[in-house]
Design a protein around this ligand. Structure first.
Ligand code: GLN
Length: 533
């Protein structure tokens, strides 16, 4: 087994996760079996309880693990399907250490960061090794080198490389090379200092990824090489990408990142086969058509809150030879000024998932506008619940219809708490999570798009469609076309008498890949394109 550990220095948001994922693409296209994972030094057990303002989107895996959004990059850039084991946080590490201490496993020892916490971290890597048939594991360490929380992880990795042999471990460090306007110069000092911090801990990087706004010349490379004690060719520029993040593997390939890593780890493989990837990038960067799609949410100002949805729209756009221009609309603004002002110029409307009652009425207004004006509509999770509430109120005259999440005393609880949720007290990892099967009605638009009557999709919700209202809603043209195999849980609704109106209780965005767009997103973008014409 070979290991690559990816650390970051200077600042966060460097694109370290993207660089790690892009390396994963390159190694996979060389024919290696790659497993990617993330270690997050924060104390939450998982990001499931964090607000999108803190952390961006929560990415859900097949097994229901609620993880960091970088795992979304990993699954989109490589073919691996990840599990709970692949996102370790300090919260999990300490939880285990404390459990062991209470059980008496430490036999009277004083429990300390070194060796007990570091052992726990290393043990996780060994557990992952046992669980996989991969040739190579790429592990990204969250946070910035020098953070107090991150130290135990780095110390664990230092020990780990001695245990498994230096020849099997490569360290890739991502830093920022800022451009100082007044001096008209790119500066290497932050990189030098962050590498010095790493070396203090006993880790010497094998490759330095230099994120920069401008091209990095040989002089800068030579300087970083000298001060950081690595070969000039192992200083890899990672200049801001204008077109698409999916260009990252190609850019890093041009800088020989994969061959440097393979040489360092003694891996002999053919050159990567990037033909399919290049074609996909070309479709994203040079499309024939453009279409505007409105995403109506409440975390709209955050780049990362609906990350997988935005990526899925891009994938679906590429499949339709179309650039999807995402118009981010704050549902609060719709509440204030009405939907027309914001939706009159978009070709389709998407309502993403969400929690809490802020902005709900704005989403309902947007849905009504899309339904009544024949604008293609796609609702995801909360988006399906909103579509149900809207239809109940405005098409069936059920005054005050609502979800009990937002209005516990509603006269018409068309969305209500899942039976299994009624006893739940803790908030962490207690939703209906992960991949569940759904059965689709033959002849429904969804079944046609999937080309199948059985689908497996990832979930993350506490509330469900209340089937006591099914007949009443269906009388007015609403259809429950997808359910759990036992028929009890609503999974997909449609309005057949509408150009495109689909809403799903699950999160299709977690399974879309750039080279394999999700069928519902693909159909939605096609409908948007049709509407624009
Ligand atoms: N808040 C809703 C629920 O818990 C929707 C969740 C979501 O959109 N992920 O069911």
């Amino acid at each position: 087994m070979k290991y690559i550990f990816v650390t970051g220095g200077v600042v966060s948001s460097l694109g370290k996760g993207l660089a790690a994922a892009a390396l994963g693409t390159l190694l996979e296209q060389r024919g290696l079996k790659v497993l990617m994972q993330k270690f997050d030094p924060y104390l939450n057990v998982d990001p499931g309880t964090m607000s999108p303002f803190q952390h961006g989107e929560v990415y859900v895996l097949d097994d229901g693990a609620e993880t960091d959004l970088d795992l979304g990059h990993y699954e989109r850039f490589t073919s691996g399907r990840l599990s709970q084991l692949n996102n370790l946080t300090s919260g999990q590490v300490y939880e285990n250490v404390i459990k062991k201490e209470r059980r008496g496993d430490y036999l009277g020892a004083t429990v300390q960061v070194i060796p007990h916490v570091t052992d726990e971290i290393k043990q996780r890597i060994y557990d992952v090794v046992d669980s996989t048939d991969a040739d190579i594991i790429i592990t990204e360490i969250g946070g910035t080198t020098g953070d107090i929380e991150g130290l135990p992880f780095l110390e664990a990795l230092r020990q780990f490389k001695d245990e498994v042999g230096h020849e099997n471990v490569a360290f890739m460090h991502a830093t920022l090379v800022p451009f100082i306007k007044a001096a008209e110069e790119l500066k290497t000092k932050p990189t030098q200092q962050s590498v010095a911090k790493l070396r203090e801990i006993g880790i010497a990087p094998d490759v330095i990824i230099c994120r920069s706004e401008f091209p990095i010349d040989n002089e800068i490379k030579r300087k970083i090489s000298m001060f950081c004690n690595i070969k000039p060719e192992a200083v890899v520029p990672f200049v801001d990408i204008q077109g698409s993040i999916y260009e990252a593997p190609l850019k890093l390939y041009d800088q020989n990142l994969d061959s440097i890593i393979c040489a360092r780890l003694g891996l002999e493989t053919a050159e990567p086969d990037l033909i399919e990837w290049r074609n996909m990038v070309d479709r994203i960067v040079n499309p024939t058509h453009t279409v505007k799609i409105g995403v109506v949410g409440k975390y709209i100002e955050l780049q990362d809150a609906y990350k997988s949805i935005y990526e899925s729209l891009t994938h679906a756009g590429a499949a339709n030879d179309t650039k999807v221009e995402i118009v981010r609309i704050d549902s609060g603004d719709i509440e204030e000024h009405g939907p027309k002002k914001y939706l009159k110029d978009v070709a389709a409307v998407l309502i993403p998932g969400g929690f809490g009652d802020r902005g709900i009425e704005g989403k309902i207004m947007a849905t009504q506008y899309a339904r009544e004006n024949d604008i293609p509509f796609f609702g995801i999770c909360l988006g399906m619940q909103i579509a149900t509430i809207e239809f109940a109120r405005n098409a069936c005259g059920l005054i005050g219809a609502h979800s009990t999440e937002f209005e516990p005393q509603t006269p018409h609880p068309v969305i209500c708490l899942l039976e299994e949720q009624k006893e739940v007290e803790n908030m962490g990892a207690t939703m209906r999570l992960g991949t569940w099967e759904a059965k689709l009605a033959s002849g429904s638009r969804s079944a046609d798009l999937y080309g199948s009557n059985t689908v497996n999709e990832r979930h993350r919700h506490r509330y469900e469609f209340n089937q006591n209202y099914k007949t009443q809603l269906e009388e007015k043209g609403f259809r429950l076309v997808g359910t759990s195999p036992d028929g009890l849980l609503g999974e997909i609704i449609e309005i057949p008498d509408h150009p495109f109106f689909i809403a799903v209780q699950f999160h299709p965005e977690f399974q879309s890949k750039p080279t394999k767009p999700h069928p519902l997103f693909k159909g939605f973008v096609a409908a948007a394109l049709e509407n624009r014409k």
